[in-house]
Design a protein around this ligand. Structure first.
Ligand code: SAH
Ligand code: SF4
Ligand code: F3S
Length: 445
């Protein structure tokens, strides 16, 4: 069937988990456009519903089954409705999903999205369609049938996928597979296309994005080189990248933070724990001291950089003293914004087999850590008051005449500003700070 003869069908995608899933959901929508699918804003009335899932913690994975339960009623109303599970739960659980939830017609892992049109056609014919291969071919080559519509001023761009690090707690190396970098030319072409469509800021994505080493025009390029080449694209004003591993923070990447004005002063650099004993048990392959000295070097290159991180509390074997080491590390770094989680045992990972810390101990430690992180976040927000910052305006605010955008440091900023500034960057004087947002007025230049 060709697109000209296909009736229009509605596709609803619900996205869970990390930014890479957000990026992938866009690619899935593009892949299904030639089959006649158009994106819908809600599950009601959709002909195909895809859940793009996350397996990182138990709660994330459970959400999928409760959502599927809710979708049962829609399927009763519309027998033609097809339901698919994509993403990391699909990869981790495969045909188990079909057994556990007969409602599901299609299961597709993250490396097989380019095969979605075929899988959808099989599901339409009444078969159960499953694809959780790690195929040889490059899915990115086959994805991205460009709908050349204009889009918002910010975009994600996956440059690297998968992980070879095997932290003892983490499912990602199993759900996303081995580390693969996309060729630099492909990344540059995609970035140019985004800029032509109105994008001003690109966040480069990878599970281990700073391990990027893609084929460039003159040999292998690391992330620093890629960033420098992207920064030269006319109209691309801001670059960010996430998520990084401390062991892949090479000198040239640190230098880029001081030398490339388009590279924004915000860095998400997870450390997970401040205890060397726990770091070793996690297989992180770095020490707390090594991480702290690395941050010294990053701050020497870019003194105003806002640091962000991830923490896990209650990892198997974590003692009170280990946890206090984590608090000490947090105090020494002074983060702008962080994510923190109770350790969640994941089937198939080495740490899941170990003796676990009691649930109430995890909860108590998480509360203490989060109180400290909230204090630091508030201080970082307050420190912006009186400063002049660049803001990229993304959408209308809640108040009439107000726009909302992101500062260079990735903080939300509310400003009274004309709509003509949407999609553009302006200088803003910050006048007030709340825990999760800033307010300011346009600078008079
Ligand atoms: N690739 C990134 C992060 C991937 S997952 C990195 O290497 O840092 C995002 C965060 O989820 C991790 O940084 C970690 O803090 C948390 N996480 C991963 N597995 C977890 C588990 N089993 N229990 C609790 N938190 C986990
Ligand atoms: Fe998971 Fe990140 Fe560790 Fe890879 S480096 S195993 S993605 S936490
Ligand atoms: Fe979740 Fe998979 Fe991302 S497990 S965090 S959706 S890589």
């Amino acid at each position: 069937m060709t697109s000209s003869t296909s009736p229009t069908r509605k596709l609803f995608i619900k996205t869970y988990g990390c930014q890479m899933n957000v990026y992938d959901s866009e690619r899935m929508a593009e892949a299904l456009a030639p089959s006649g699918y158009e994106i819908a804003d809600s599950a009601e009335g959709a002909d195909l519903i895809l859940l793009n899932t996350c397996h990182i913690r138990e709660k994330a994975a459970e959400k999928v089954y409760s959502e599927l339960g809710r979708l049962k009623a829609l399927k009763a109303d519309n027998p033609d409705l097809k339901i698919g599970v994509a993403g990391c739960v699909a990869q981790a659980e495969g045909d188990e999903i079909l057994r556990r939830q007969p409602l599901v017609d299609l299961v597709v892992g993250p490396q097989s999205y380019h095969r979605l049109p075929e899988l959808e056609a099989r599901a339409r014919q009444g078969a159960k369609a499953l694809d959780t291969d790690f195929p040889e071919e490059d899915k990115f080559d086959r994805l991205g049938g460009r709908a050349r519509a204009r889009r918002g001023p910010t975009a994600f761009l996956t440059v690297q996928e998968g992980c070879d690090k095997f932290c003892a707690f983490c499912v990602v190396p199993y759900t996303r597979g081995a580390e693969v970098s996309r060729p630099a030319e492909k990344v540059l072409a995609e970035a140019r296309d985004l800029v032509e469509r109105g994008v001003r800021e690109i966040t480069l994505l990878g599970q281990n994005v700073n391990a990027y080493h893609g084929a460039g025009t003159d040999g292998d390029w690391g992330l620093a080189r890629l960033i420098r080449e992207l920064a030269a694209i006319d109209g691309l004003d801001r670059l960010r990248y996430t998520t990084s591993h401390p062991n892949d923070m090479e000198d040239d990447l640190i230098a880029a933070h001081g030398e490339v004005p388009e590279l924004m002063p915000y860095l998400h650099l997870p450390v997970q724990s401040g205890s060397d004993r726990v770091l070793k048990a996690m297989n992180r392959k770095h020490t707390a001291e090594g991480y702290l000295r690395l941050i010294d070097r990053i701050r020497a290159a870019r003194p105003d950089i806002l640091m962000s991180g991830d923490f896990i509390v209650g990892f198997p074997g974590e003692s009170e003293a280990d946890f206090e080491d984590t608090l000490a590390l947090v105090r020494e770094v002074g983060y702008g914004q962080c994510y923190s989680f109770k350790y969640s045992p994941r089937p198939g990972t080495p740490a899941a087999e170990r003796a676990h810390v009691a649930e109430e101990v995890k909860a108590e430690r998480l509360a203490r850590l989060q109180a400290l992180l909230a204090e630091q976040q508030e201080a970082a927000q307050q420190a912006m008051v009186g400063k002049s910052v660049g803001v990229l305006f993304e959408k209308a605010g809640r108040m009439p005449g107000q726009l909302v955008g992101k500062s260079d440091h990735l903080q939300a900023v509310h400003v009274e500003a004309p709509e003509t500034l949407l999609g553009r960057i302006a200088r803003v004087d910050i006048t007030a700070a709340a825990p999760n947002s800033l307010a300011g007025r346009l600078s008079v230049e």
